[in-house]
Design a protein around this ligand. Structure first.
Ligand code: GAL
Length: 346
């Protein structure tokens, strides 16, 4: 009897769980499904994701860098509303992340460009082989000025965990610079992709050899009021996922394709499919991670922002699938890297 009631209970719990996914992604769930101490073996987009100390991972608008066999995840350290620097986590398997501390700390000098109270958004880190430095770029808004400054900020470190040292901030070639990403091509050429002209123009600038400044090779890719750019490459083609401009509220993603980073970029359409695809599953793109050692394996990373409590914004990691050669992304409530072994690449 005891056994039977346990079975019924378990079946009931399973039914509730699958029902919550029947209509597409659930909103941020209040309760974690895994216990804090448990090792993660899956990605569970939208759910609370704990680091190895049992704290919720606080790395928003982020990106990943692979160094040897270790991944580093950089992202905005958020309080309820404020931004408190750039956090860094490390992992060997992409599921379990160790908190490595604040990689870039805001300055206690109120006159500093990165004075505490400024905004350092969408940090991305790349490694420069020539200088041996880790180079971070981020979207900088000066303290107390809202989103008026529209600058790119740069910091460097000798180690992936930092501490990163602030170098400078500027409007690249005089252009406003807000949401941004970095991309390093196979030949080591690096690019800064950024929303400009009040977010109407999406621009791309090739970086100088040390990756610290943009060159004047800086072009407008298209003027479609897009932000949150995430660029990746597969089979010689460049793909770019962007969001619309609705602040913290989710909107429809779009995918562009080109045979060179400078374009011409052709609109493919919305890469998201299935329920709630039109709102990017309540998320906004931040990065696409190529999974090393796995052919054609890419992870789409997005933020499900919670403007009432930004630190509670959730991470959405979903596999990129290729259907008739085009990247598509569907909601999967729970998955792991084995997913990439199963899919047939067309
Ligand atoms: C979004 C942007 C975020 C953040 C937010 C502030 O459009 O992608 O990074 O800046 O606006 O409202």
């Amino acid at each position: 009897m005891r056994k039977l009631s346990f079975l019924l209970l378990a079946l009931g719990a399973l039914a509730i769980q699958s029902a919550s996914y029947a209509d597409g992604p659930a909103k941020n769930l209040a309760k974690p499904r895994a216990s804090k101490a448990q090792k993660n073996t899956n990605f569970r987009p939208g759910e609370l994701w704990y680091d190895t100390d049992g704290n919720v991972i606080n790395a928003h608008g982020g990106g990943i860098l692979l160094v040897g066999k270790t991944y580093y995840w950089y992202g905005e350290k958020r309080a309820q509303h404020q931004e408190e620097g750039v956090n860094v986590y490390s992992s060997k398997d992409l599921y379990n992340w160790k908190y490595e501390g604040v990689a870039l700390t805001p300055s206690s000098d109120p006159a500093h460009d990165i004075a505490m109270g400024c905004l350092m958004e969408r940090p991305k880190v790349i490694y420069n082989k020539k200088t041996g430095k880790y180079v971070m770029w981020f979207h900088l808004e000066l303290k107390g000025q809202g989103y008026k400054a529209a600058r790119a900020g740069v910091a460097v470190a000798d180690k992936p965990t930092g501490p990163f040292k602030y170098v400078s901030s500027f409007r690249p070639n005089g252009n406003m610079s807000r949401d941004m990403g970095l991309y390093v091509d196979d030949d080591g050429t690096a690019y800064h992709i950024y929303s400009s002209k009040e977010n109407y123009d999406l621009r791309l600038a090739r970086l100088n050899d040390d990756y610290l400044t943009p060159t004047i090779q800086d072009s407008m890719l298209f003027s479609k009021h897009r932000e949150a750019p995430a660029l990746f490459k597969k089979d010689g083609k460049y793909y770019l996922i962007t969001s619309g401009c609705t602040g913290w509220a989710p909107n429809q993603a779009s995918l562009h394709v080109a045979s060179s980073p400078f374009g011409p970029w052709q609109l493919v359409g919305d890469p998201m499919t299935g329920p709630n695809a039109k709102l990017t599953f309540d998320g906004q793109s931040t990065y696409v991670l190529p999974v090393p050692g796995k052919k054609d394996a890419f992870i789409f990373m997005a933020d499900r922002w919670n403007p009432k409590d930004l630190k509670d914004s959730r991470h959405l990691w979903l596999p990129v699938q290729f259907k008739e050669g085009q990247p598509t992304i569907a909601w999967i409530p729970e998955w792991n890297l084995g997913f990439f072994n199963q899919q047939t690449i067309k």
